[in-house]
Design a protein around this ligand. Structure first.
Ligand code: ADP
Ligand code: ZN
Ligand code: ZN
Length: 758
């Protein structure tokens, strides 16, 4: 008798263990590790789904009382065993249930009906077909005559026609075709066809050379000659790889330094050894442009996987990966779990992007999971960024990752010239417009020369803060070095709160630094800016890109496409326009309020600002003509702004690391966020307080809060946070585990708690 260890499809911590079931004889063959099953569960024997994660032939409890599996899900995708091990690691590392972790590593869990391509071939000669046509016409068999017309076209006679096209274009129905098949005029064959999301890419670019017979020629086109630095890096990597070294690498290369070409060089090496590759890119950078570059180079070996694909498309890409029909999978974080059998390399572009951290349970970071999957399967991992996260660079400095630096732009392009405009001086000179005098002048020049420009509004994580328009002072918490958040009372800002430690203060009437009365909240919308451009430059053609204008499947590519075809002079947008796009005709980038993201209300404010500004500046001057960039700011001396202007990552890194050290933030120290949410404000507060006092005996930690979360109320739930800092990560993991136990104790069913590290 065989028994299955089953993880039940419920994400409740108290049920986060395996349950043993008997496998009835009829299911013995299909009941493999990784299979999805239907089981009776609990006292009422409710039908539930689950995953088999182990098999045994010993019964753990009373054989009489052990229930049997009801059935195996026929359409359930079977989880590969190494993905189950990875799920276990994720569960342990991020404190989720095994059920949630399995779901995370299996972005595709159900089979979707196969698509079958039916093709018709004529069996008679061209002359015979012509004769048949005459005959059909005489006898008024018009559909059959159309059938002959269809096949008498040039290619169709030789290559055949798809039944779909016959029906749609030639109005030859299935029954007519069946009749002709019975007469021996035509033969219909069926082949499994995979839905291919890249069909659009192929059709969109007619300049692509045709490859013959679907043969996978390695890198036959779309190649540039690597410059010496690029070649050095690829060769070093290839040498280590050939020696069997599998490790982690960080490519730190300024914008436009040709990192993508380096990835492609590395990928080619790894493919040459018969291995497969995953390329991770942030969701918003997953544009036609990026995918096309890989497609041009590697052709049909490439596929993509992302959330905008249909279920059928997604399943087919999964299947093609599993069957070894493709060798490179490109996509955002979930592509990390592509079921390749022979994975050799994971590339993670724009490593610093926050989209790599999952926003639902388990809150894993793709950087860590990529390293773990790489270790499990013997694959190397390559991270790349112009602005690496502090975590990644810290590891590179300590030797954990091997560091490759690229300090110059590839080809002939030069880094743009950046100027910093002090908005306090604009205010003093009575220029109350959102465009500084310098920016206006430069915009006018571009319009005169018919060059393009991008205006960028830095709203990432912007949650409102209070600042002085005269001197730029921002009211910050004395203890946490983050901006205090304004709280409105009867339409007026009356109170400021720190969302880290909960400290409060009254809204001051005058600036505490300079005494000015011009103090208040700061806000700037894309729509407003678009209107102001139209007003100030009536002849300019303006496009706006933000969450409102990009809804729908093709929203992003429609706007970016129009802009790259030169259908507009000015592109106004939020951070989604600064990522990875290559617009050679853009010679001016204006950042309207560079410091907005400094006060996002978390410890990464300076890092995010530096990253966004560097990326934004990197959009200018990517073509032949040199680029100029204007940063408008109230904090012209802030190191995140000055180092971004000089594209000085190392300078920024050193300064920021000091701040993190001083305030015990990652990567020097570690931080655990405990987020409590509840529909009852009192209950949520009580739980957060209970948590905090329960930690009284733990040594060597700093506890901040409870305080209101950055978003204090969401979907009718009140949210409280507690931050716990420690130099020892394990201490924080133990605290989280203890917290879970405390919750199991019961009595807090009306509250939800999530734990997030760093
Ligand atoms: P990154 O990913 O670092 O921003 P890309 O790989 O996108 O850089 O390269 C930036 C631009 O430089 C692209 O237009 C690319 O085609 C070009 N480029 C990259 N490497 C070379 C090279 N060795 N010679 C000429 N042009 C190059
Ligand atoms: Zn002031
Ligand atoms: Zn504080």
């Amino acid at each position: 008798m065989i028994f299955a260890e089953v993880i039940v499809d419920i994400s409740v911590k108290s049920l986060d263990r395996t349950f043993q079931y008997r496998i009835p004889e009829e299911w013995e063959e299909e009941a493999v590790v990784g299979a999805q099953v239907v089981i009776p569960f609990g006292k009422g024997n409710r039908q539930m789904k689950g995953f088999i994660i182990g098999l045994s032939n010993a019964c753990k409890f009373d054989l009489e009382k052990t229930k049997s599996i009801l059935s195996i899900e026929k359409q359930g995708v079977i989880a590969e065993s190494h993905l189950l091990s990875l799920a276990y690691w994720i569960k342990e590392q991020y404190g989720s249930t095994m059920n949630d972790a399995i779901k995370a590593v299996m972005p595709v869990r159900r089979e979707v009906r196969e698509k079958v391509e039916r093709t018709a071939h004529v069996l008679v000669s061209r002359d015979a077909l012509e004769a048949l046509r005459q005959d059909y016409l005489q006898r008024h068999y018009v559909a059959k005559a159309r059938f002959c017309d269809a096949f008498l076209q040039e290619d169709a006679f030789e290559a055949g026609l798809s039944c779909g096209e016959l029906a749609k274009k030639w109005k030859v129905s299935g029954s007519v075709l069946k009749g002709l098949e019975d007469q021996g005029v035509v033969q219909v064959s069926s082949v499994r066809s995979y839905r291919n999301p890249l069909d659009g890419v192929r059709m969109a670019d007619h300049s692509l050379p045709q490859r013959n017979g679907g043969e996978m020629a390695l890198a036959s086109f779309g190649r540039v000659e690597l410059n010496p630095r690029q070649r050095e890096i690829v060769e070093d990597f290839a040498e280590e790889y050939a020696k069997g070294i599998r490790g982690q690498y960080l490519i730190h290369g300024v914008t436009g330094s040709g990192k993508t070409e380096v990835y492609m060089g590395m990928i080619e090496e790894v493919l040459g050894l018969g291995k497969q590759v995953i390329v991770l890119i942030p969701e918003i950078a997953l544009t036609f442009q990026t995918v096309n570059r890989f497609y041009e180079r590697f052709g049909d070996m490439v596929s993509i996987m992302h959330s905008r694909l249909s279920a059928g498309e997604r399943y087919d890409q999964f299947k093609r990966a599993k069957e070894g029909l493709i060798q490179i999978m490109i996509g955002p974080r979930s592509a990390l779990f592509a079921p390749f059998r022979n994975l050799g390399l994971i590339v993670m572009d724009e490593e610093h992007e926050s989209g790599y951290q999952s926003d639902s349970m388990p809150r894993y970071h793709a950087r860590e999971v990529a390293v773990q999957r790489g270790k499990m399967l013997g694959a190397s991992v390559v991270f790349g960024s112009a602005t690496p996260s502090l975590e990644a660079y810290y590891r590179a400095s300590s030797g954990e990752y091997k560091l490759y630096s690229m300090t110059e732009r590839a080809g002939n392009a030069r880094l743009p010239e950046v100027s910093i405009v002090d908005l306090r001086q604009e205010f003093a000179a009575r220029n109350y417009s959102v465009f500084s005098r310098e920016l206006q002048e430069k915009m006018e020049e571009r319009l005169g020369r018919r060059e393009q420009m991008i205006l960028f509004i830095n709203r990432r994580g912007y949650a409102g803060f209070v600042s002085c328009r005269t001197c730029g002072e921002v009211i910050q918490c004395d203890c946490c070095s983050v901006a205090m958040k304004p709280h409105e009372y009867r339409g007026k800002v009356s109170l400021l709160k720190c969302h880290y430690c909960g400290r409060e203060r009254r809204m001051p009437e005058t600036c505490p630094a300079c005494g000015s009365r011009y103090i208040g909240t700061f806000g700037l919308g894309t729509q407003q800016v678009e209107e102001m451009v139209r007003k100030r430059f009536p002849t300019a053609r303006v496009l706006r890109m933000d969450a409102d204008t990009t809804s729908g499947k093709e929203g992003h590519s429609r706007i970016l496409g129009a802009f790259s075809r030169g259908e507009a002079d000015v592109l106004v947008g939020t951070q989604m326009i600064v990522k990875g796009h290559d617009f050679p005709k853009v010679t001016l980038v204006g950042v309207l309020a560079a410091d907005l993201s400094l006060y996002a209300g978390d410890y990464r404010g300076a890092e995010k600002t530096f990253q966004l500004l560097t990326q934004a500046a990197g959009r200018a001057g990517r073509g032949e003509r040199p680029g100029q960039v204007v940063f408008q700011t109230y904090q012209p001396e802030h190191y995140s702004i000055t180092s971004a202007a000089e594209e000085d990552y190392i300078g920024f890194y050193r300064q920021e690391l000091k701040v993190r050290q001083m305030l015990h933030y990652p990567p020097i120290s570690h931080i655990l966020e405990v987020l409590v949410s509840s529909e009852s404000q009192e209950r949520g507060e009580a739980l957060a307080e209970a948590f905090s006092s329960n930690l009284g005996d733990v040594q060597g930690v700093v506890i901040l809060g409870p305080a209101d979360a950055g978003i204090a109320k969401l979907k009718n739930s009140y949210r409280k946070v507690l931050y716990i800092k420690s130099g020892n990560e394990q201490v924080l993991r133990d605290i989280a585990a203890r917290g879970e136990e405390f919750l199991h104790g019961g009595g807090w069913k009306d509250c939800t708690v999530t734990f997030s590290f760093d």
